[in-house]
Design a protein around this ligand. Structure first.
Ligand code: CP
Ligand code: NVA
Length: 315
């Protein structure tokens, strides 16, 4: 049966660890990992209804390095649900492609496409979730700190798509996660309760607090993201006011303690949610996380598109 990557809630803990093990082996191969032929003849379709730099470029490069091909399916040609039904587009694309990455607004659209195709569908970000980002974040943390279980992560800022995937990812992998945000920008309660349920198995502690200085005390990782996500541009000014006490700056880092690292999914708005001194400073893992998007996504593609044959060849 084909698998999709629509939400971290759909992945087993062992599958995430398997993706990380593939990633580590790919990274160990160095330059050789740019000339693999594990996905020879495979084509990945990319549908983007929002801007993207990292996600689109890293998936394209990943396919080139794995011997396959990526094809941007332009919005003026595809017109999902406008020129023809989502189901019809999905069904026809399954005959041409071996996988799809979709970045769009509504999580329901990604789920609908996935349910109508026989090929793996990867969520490249929706208003609700950003699973590939948090897989890269978790991998980076494991690579740097040597473990995940029991670490304290504090997400400071908007309870948005990235925060939601953090909740699910932390709950799956046994990290403690506190979200520090203004009361009116708390995460989606359904996602929070889903994560609490998942946390029953791993023992991860999940919390939402208002006070960022209190929340970050003892944190191993401080994570942040933009205050206004794509599609919320008209709320930018109101949000800037509400989030100004939530800036990741030197004072917040000091309150966390010397052990704290800082991460951000990017794009960053320097001087808003994070200051240059911190993002470019010695405690920043931001650039490692961005690079790891490529390596982790290669592993995801080998697992989802390559199947047993590619995994055996890579072993
Ligand atoms: N972090 C991230 O997903 O970046 P892009 O929006 O550039 O893809
Ligand atoms: N929350 C941000 C993440 C960008 C990668 C957005 O949705 O715009």
């Amino acid at each position: 049966m084909k698998r999709d990557l629509l939400s971290l809630a759909d992945l087993e803990r062992e599958e995430i660890l398997h993706i990380f093990s593939l990633t580590r082996r790919l990274k160990e191969k160095g330059e050789e990992a740019k000339r693999l032929s594990l996905l020879r003849g495979k084509v990945l379709g990319l549908i983007f209804h929002k801007p993207s730099m990292r996600t689109r470029v890293s998936f394209e490069v990943a396919m080139v390095h794995l011997g396959g091909h990526a094809m941007l399916l332009g919005n003026s040609e595809i017109l999902l649900g406008e020129r023809e039904s989502v189901a019809d587009v999905a069904r026809v694309l399954s005959g041409y492609m071996d996988g799809l990455v979709i970045r769009t607004f509504d999580q329901a659209l990604v789920e609908e496409v996935a349910s109508c195709t026989s090929i793996p569908v990867i969520n490249g970000l929706t208003d609700l979730l950003h699973p590939c980002q948090i897989l890269a974040a978790l991998y980076t943390i494991q690579e740097r700190l040597g473990r995940l279980q029991g670490l304290k992560v504090v997400y400071v800022g908007d309870g948005n798509n990235v925060a939601h995937s953090w909740l699910l990812g932390a709950a799956k992998m046994g990290l403690d996660l506190t979200i520090a945000c203004p009361p009116e920008y708390r995460p989606n309660p359904q996602i929070f309760s889903r994560a609490l349920n998942l946390a029953l198995t791993t023992g991860s502690k999940l919390m939402v607090l208002d006070n960022p200085l209190e929340a970050v005390r003892g944190a191993h990782i401080i994570y942040t993201d933009v205050w206004a996500s794509m599609g919320q541009e008209q709320e930018k000014e109101d949000r800037a006011k509400a989030f100004s006490p939530y800036q990741v700056n030197a004072a917040l880092l000091k309150a966390a303690g010397e052990q704290a690292y800082v991460m951000h999914c990017l794009p960053a708005h320097r001087g808003e949610e994070i200051i240059s001194e911190v993002i470019d400073g010695p405690r920043s893992l931001v650039w490692e996380e961005a690079e790891n998007r490529l390596h982790v996504q290669k592993a995801i593609l080998i697992w989802l598109l390559g199947g047993e044959k590619a995994e055996k060849e890579f072993a």
